[in-house]
Design a protein around this ligand. Structure first.
Ligand code: ATP
Ligand code: MG
Length: 561
């Protein structure tokens, strides 16, 4: 008979799926599966969180369980309601609905009672050392720590001091409650860790009710236990904390979830930890949490990344224990795949060069049919106005081109997308010698782009009608950092890329985009994927370039195979 592990190997399950299957087979949690995604509301969610969200919600969905969104709100100084709201919105945007939205602060009362229970069991004590002294007496990896002089206080004295900590009798930082474990433990987290500190601070939910706050390592296992979490999935930095997680729950003898760690996502050319991203925002290196260069979900939404692409990305990077740096190009590849399928196509010109069709009837405007999405017939068609004065991309004309240049040249012909074949007769320059206009003839028999005489036209270029086009500012984004691993540089500020935002002020797009709402995502043919930014004005579009058309990842991946 196949064991669950054998089956797992056959179906290519990741190690967490295998563990859950084993638990279900052995009845460890009575077949129940309950996970949680536990962010601290001290910033916006980033792409690393997308990985964690997809794992947590994915495991719950796969095994018919549930997944909570729980805020680990134990540090009132850094936490804000704005972050809570953005996190809820981002989880939903990514496509997941939490079974419940909960807060560690909901359990402060119960945590307090459990702390008193540990004191009564002789497993916790009030310590008068300052935070610096606690650090100094903690020892190192090679040396044991020193015991606090207050370690052997009586239960009665501890209880009395602990209650007086809560009633506000002592100044901030003057006392802590510490677990009485082992100052010589090889794992530093077990050297009498602090459970509570005195902190006079307003909490975004509990207000001024408390002046003592639990530490994360104490609050987290208790919150998991209260919620009946079965599998507490954490990133790898919590591996060293698991013995403490287990110690607290075992010492209290309460319901005990299984913590399992997986590797953090590291993404090239960016940072995936909230506190560093927060520094970027607060120091003004970016325009805000949703600056489209940021790796936050809010920024990716604003930049036009579809949530389905992020979910696909999370699935492709997989779940394992060992860290690996994922190329940003893989994320872009996933974005392009979705947009290629779904984004409607339009014409637009980023660097306009005026084309006058000398034989086009004066004042005539023709509406040319165009296919919205060649990948999706149901997207239908639209009409684009065509007239005697057009704008083309300056780079699509060369006065003295190399042999393989198939676009427009003096005396040469080119096809206009969805339009006609034109020939360049004359190049008009200004006094400085700059090309300002091309005078061309339109072959009026070639509507739709086909020459009745069967002559071959190799090049097809994009264009807009000058009188009908809508002005647009286009923001093109590059990597925020100039090195692949800014997180490993001593100060990431020194490796910020200089050209991560390039603004193009004189772009023009076809009039069908006139009323496009912020967030509307589309392709500009031959140029890339774009979306409308919320900064758009009534008479001027602002576009974010979501991604270029060319997929460098496909090449990287092919080479790697
Ligand atoms: P901070 O820098 O404030 O610690 P963070 O980016 O680590 O922020 P947390 O709020 O600590 O975010 O993490 C919330 C959850 O998301 C945790 O379960 C954590 O394990 C997970 N997580 C955070 N960053 C990543 C990442 N890069 N890859 C995978 N999971 C992550
Ligand atoms: Mg963290």
């Amino acid at each position: 008979m196949a064991t669950p592990t054998d089956e797992g190997a056959r179906e290519k399950l990741h190690f967490i799926q295998r563990i859950v299957r084993e638990h279900n087979a052995s009845g460890r949690f009575d077949g129940r599966v309950c996970t949680r995604f536990p962010p601290e509301p001290n910033g916006y969610l980033h792409i690393g969180h997308a990985k964690s969200i997809c794992i947590n919600f994915g495991i719950a969905a796969e095994f018919g369980g549930k997944c909570n969104l729980r805020f680990d709100d134990t540090n009132p100084i850094k936490e804000e309601q704005e972050f809570v709201d953005s996190i809820v919105a981002d989880v939903r945007w990514l496509g997941f609905e939490p079974a419940e939205i909960l807060y560690a602060s909901d359990y402060y009362g119960r945590m307090w009672a459990w702390a008193e229970e540990l004191i009564e069991k002789g497993l916790a004590y009030v310590c008068d050392l300052t935070p610096d002294q606690v650090r100094e007496t903690r020892g190192t990896l090679t040396e044991p720590g020193r015991e606090s002089p207050h370690r052997n206080r009586s239960v009665a004295e501890n209880l009395d001091l602990f209650r007086r900590m809560r009633s506000g009798e002592f100044p901030d930082g003057s006392r802590t409650l510490r677990a009485k474990i082992d100052m010589a433990a090889p794992n530093l987290n077990l050297r009498d860790p602090v459970m509570y500190r005195i902190l006079t601070a307003h909490h975004h939910r509990t207000g001024d009710a408390w002046c003592v706050y639990p530490m994360y390592d104490w609050a987290h296992p208790l919150s998991d236990s209260v919620e009946g979490i079965t599998h507490s999935l954490a990133s790898i930095e919590f591996e060293n904390h698991r013995p403490l997680y287990d110690w607290f729950l075992d010492s209290l003898g309460i319901y005990h979830p299984q913590q399992i760690e997986f590797a953090r996502l590291e993404l090239s050319h960016t940072l995936v930890t909230k506190r560093k991203l927060r520094a970027l925002v607060e120091e003004g290196h970016v325009a805000g949490w949703d600056d489209p260069r940021m790796p936050t979900l809010a920024a990716m939404r604003r930049r036009g990344y579809p949530p389905a692409a992020l979910r696909d990305f999370a699935a492709r990077i997989g779940v394992a224990k060992d860290e690996n740096l994922v190329e940003y190009a893989l994320l872009e590849h996933c974005v392009r795949e979705v947009l290629n399928r779904e984004a409607p196509r339009f014409l637009g010109v980023l660097d306009p060069l005026r084309v006058v069709l000398t034989n086009w009837p004066e004042g005539k405007v023709e509406m040319l049919p165009a296919v919205n999405n060649p990948e999706d017939e149901s997207a239908g068609t639209r009409e684009i106005p065509f007239s005697g004065e057009l704008l083309i991309e300056a780079a699509d004309f060369m006065e003295d081109p190399p042999r393989k240049f198939f676009r427009l040249r003096p005396g040469g012909e080119v096809r206009l997308r969805w339009g006609y074949i034109i020939r360049c007769d004359e190049v008009v320059k200004d006094a400085a010698g700059k090309i300002v206009e091309l005078r061309c003839t339109c072959d009026l028999d070639t509507r739709g782009g086909h020459a009745p005489d069967g002559r071959k036209i190799k090049g097809t270029i994009h264009w807009v009608s000058a009188a009908h086009a809508i002005p647009a500012t286009v923001r093109q984004y590059g990597a925020l950092f100039s090195v692949p691993e800014p997180g490993r540089v001593e100060d990431f500020r020194t490796v910020l890329a200089e050209d991560s935002l390039v603004e193009i002020a004189d772009a023009w797009v076809e009039p069908a985009l006139r009323d496009a709402e912020p967030g509307f995502a589309f392709q500009l043919e031959r140029l890339g994927y774009y979306c409308v930014d919320r900064d758009r004005a009534a008479d001027r579009l602002v576009l974010n370039r979501t991604a270029t058309l060319r997929d460098t990842w496909a090449k990287i991946a092919a080479k790697g195979d």
